[in-house]
Design a protein around this ligand. Structure first.
Ligand code: GLU
Length: 308
């Protein structure tokens, strides 16, 4: 199978050194494997996505010396595919509409059950206030509503089909063992996640799983901040009968104080380095991907705001 990976930035701000590291690493791995490097513009949040940031993504990546497959996927072109998947999950009784406000959820969580976590990889673990039994759900899916996945029902269906209720995925940075988790883990640590938001008609988790499958991604190379979210993606892949890619959750680039870089870190924006006369090789050096340490997962020293 051809190695195929992707870089999936959101056009909501400038790419910074952390993005450069992720894109360079994915690109280098694709080249080393004689594989393909794809680009996906993750712009489901139309209130924050801007065409000028998308243009800058292409410019920054080209300046870094990367080339990508010409079929760039833009998530905003894929709302029909997300809708279709939501309809299929709705028909299977795996979704329910949620009308809780943040305050309702906070109130319900103010008396948590002892021993149960209140926060998971998707934020607060929904206490189940609106959860309906699948048999009570009928008719067409209400559009424009918040839709939650009934995690308990979803994992028990997967369990029935597979005669086992554990999940695994291979994380190259944790090899040789697979990362294994159970239905119980995902029910209690993640809970009923939102698969469709009112303002978006989809969610990050649903879109990323559908798009990785549609783009035939064999290897997902992304930051360690998304490691916990991968269990959600693996469950969705099982429900939707998609293969699970191999994951590589790489280190995060941090500033000198140990803080992870964020979109608002304009001082470390690739475009800023570019305009100040740095070279792509300088960027590779800064993130630890130059010459002999190419591909190494090592600690790096990123110039602090005052250094640049
Ligand atoms: N769009 C996400 C980001 O910019 C990346 C998602 C992924 O790689 O799965 O952080």
């Amino acid at each position: 199978m051809t190695f195929r990976t992707r870089f999936a930035p959101s056009p909501t701000g400038p790419l910074h050194l952390g993005h450069a590291y992720s894109a360079l690493l994915a690109h280098d791995m694709a080249v080393a494997q004689n594989g393909e490097f794809l680009l996906r513009i993750e712009d489901i949040d139309q209130s924050r996505a801007r065409p000028e940031w998308e243009t800058q993504i292409y410019e920054d990546l080209a300046w870094l010396g990367l080339s990508w497959s010409p079929n760039v996927v833009r998530q905003s072109d894929r709302f029909a595919a997300y809708d279709e998947a939501l309809d299929a999950l709705w028909t299977q009784g795996l979704l329910y509409p949620c009308t809780c406000s943040r305050r309702d959820i906070a109130n319900a969580l103010s008396a948590p059950q002892e021993g149960y976590p209140t926060h998971g990889p998707d934020g607060v673990i929904y206490p189940g206030t609106c959860r309906l039994d699948a048999r009570q759900i009928s008719g067409p899916r209400p559009k424009g509503a918040v839709m939650r996945l009934n995690m308990d029902l979803a994992t028990s269906r997967i369990g029935q089909d597979n005669a086992m209720s554990s999940y695994r995925f291979n994380d190259m940075n944790k090899a040789p063992q697979d990362v294994v988790f159970t239905s119980e883990d995902v029910t209690s640590n993640v809970g009923d996640i939102v698969l469709s938001r009112k303002d978006m008609g989809t969610s990050y988790h649903l879109s990323v799983v559908l798009d990785d499958a549609a783009q035939g991604i064999t290897d997902v190379i992304r930051g360690a901040d998304l490691f916990e979210a991968t269990q959600i993606h693996v469950v969705l892949q099982r429900i939707l009968s998609f293969p699970t890619p191999t994951y590589h959750h790489h280190k995060l680039i941090r500033d000198n104080t140990g803080k992870r870089l964020a979109k608002r870190d304009d001082a470390r924006a690739i475009s800023k380095f570019r305009s100040e006369g740095y070279t792509p090789e300088d960027i590779r050096k800064m993130v630890g991907l130059s010459g002999q340490d190419s591909g190494a997962i090592s600690s790096v020293s990123v110039p602090s705001t005052t250094d640049v």
